[in-house]
Design a protein around this ligand. Sequence first.
Ligand code: THU
Length: 133
Amino acid sequence: MTPRELLRAAERARRASYAPYSRFAVGAALLSSSGRVYLGCNVENASFGLSICAERSAIFQAISAGEREFTAIAVTAGTGQGAPPCGACRQVLAEFGLDLWVHYRDMRGRLVRRRLRALLADAFHLKPPGGRR
Ligand code: THU
């Protein structure tokens, strides 16, 4: 699957966005190592702080389906808007590997392709007692 195809999937996911407060609709598509694509959109709440970003919606969806390894994520906020993942989402994605490719557009609409490692320097990790499952 190419970055452009993954971005197209993110655009599809964006259509489901629930963002009545910010009116800023975001879509994400996460590609697992098994080749499946998991979609996510932002879901806002009247209690603003409870809103969730598209990237975290996508990864929680994937983890809930039993996935643990990912190769790429594409994020889109629509034309004319950049969509670099926020810091909270970078940290959540980092839990499952810093080699992840992250695709998004910058404010000028140019495609950006970065490893999560480059987007989140010095990521926080905790060694789980007894190993990860
Ligand atoms: N948002 C995302 O979905 N992903 C990001 O990386 C940044 C922000 C959402 C959260 C909120 O619903 C809206 O965009 C405005 O911040």
